[in-house]
Design a protein around this ligand. Structure first.
Ligand SMILES: Nc1nc2c(ncn2[C@@H]2O[C@H](COP(=O)(O)OP(=O)(O)O)[C@@H](O)[C@H]2O)c(=O)[nH]1
Ligand SMILES: [Mg+2]
Length: 252
């Protein structure tokens, strides 16, 4: 079993990509399972095989600990780690070739508290990888692009998984897509775009971040995908396959 964790900011398209990946792999003859790790989600665009909501119920957490919705979401995300044995057992019972793991809506609850990294480290499968979703609708300027890349690097530090970087919602950003892909693959064009956009303190900060990030070196490139049209799924599958089927050879 190979696990693919779907990671990204709230609303970046994690759940919809989970549904699309499920369809894509299934149509290609693979046995695919889906694990939902978002305790707060109400409706999912897919049917999940294993669901954290069977073990962590947001409404009960609110009542039991006398919390409001925000506090309950933090508590519920923290409780994911305590249910790892149950989730592992349920997933092992399904035992798919590919397990797609949809993660909590708010990225910081999963990546920056202890529960998410604990789960990722201790969940037992043959291979693990992650897809980081750069929300295309938020990447409006070269500086926004760098700040999103900084976030991706920070999350990678927390989760310590091989990452595939995906740009989502490309159906909504047809006017910007060429620029964004150029920035992601060519450092000097990104530097030039930043110098046109910003000056003074923010210019110095962005350039310093950029030099330490090595944005031009996204290991598999930045893969443009639309969850609405499914454009780009072939390239995404190929990038995942390079990680999952060659294992450590392509891990950084
Ligand atoms: N047009 C378009 N909308 C998208 C795309 N991906 C997600 N969405 C929409 O963005 C919203 C958030 O998506 P969702 O998968 O729930 O994001 P999550 O919070 O990361 O799980 C939903 O209304 C989706 O229909 C995409 O590639 N194109
Ligand atoms: Mg979601």
């Amino acid at each position: 079993m190979k696990a693919i964790f779907i990671i990204g900011t709230a609303g970046s398209g994690k759940s919809l990509l989970t549904a699309n990946l499920f369809d894509y792999y299934t149509k290609n003859g693979n046995f695919v399972g889906v694990l939902n790790l978002d305790p707060g989600v109400e409706n999912l665009p897919y049917t999940c095989d294993v669901d954290v909501r069977d073990y962590v119920d947001l409404i009960s957490v609110m009542k039991q600990y006398d919390l409001g919705p925000n506090g309950a979401m933090i508590m519920a995300s923290d409780l994911i780690a305590s249910k790892i044995d149950e989730l592992q057992r349920d997933v092992d019972n399904v035992n798919p070739d590919y397990l797609i793991v949809d993660t909590p809506g708010q990225i910081e609850l999963f990546a920056y508290r202890t529960s998410g990294p604990f789960f990722v480290q201790n969940f037992n499968v043959e291979q693990k990888s992650a897809i980081f979703l750069h929300d295309g609708s938020l990447v409006t300027t070269p500086t926004n692009f760098v700040s999103m890349a900084l976030l991706a690097s920070s999350i990678k530090l927390r989760l310590n998984l091989p990452f595939v970087n995906v740009l989502t919602k490309i159906d909504l950003i047809e006017d910007r897509i060429r620029d964004i892909l150029k920035w992601s693959s060519n450092l000097s064009s990104l530097e030039e775009a930043i110098s046109k956009q910003s000056d003074g303190e923010s210019y110095t900060l962005v350039m310093n971040i950029l030099r330490s990030l090595n944005v031009g070196g996204f290991s598999q490139g930045l893969i443009p995908v639309s969850n609405a049209t499914t454009e780009g799924m072939i390239n995404l599958e190929a990038a995942l396959s390079r990680i999952l089927n060659l294992g450590e050879e392509v891990e950084e």
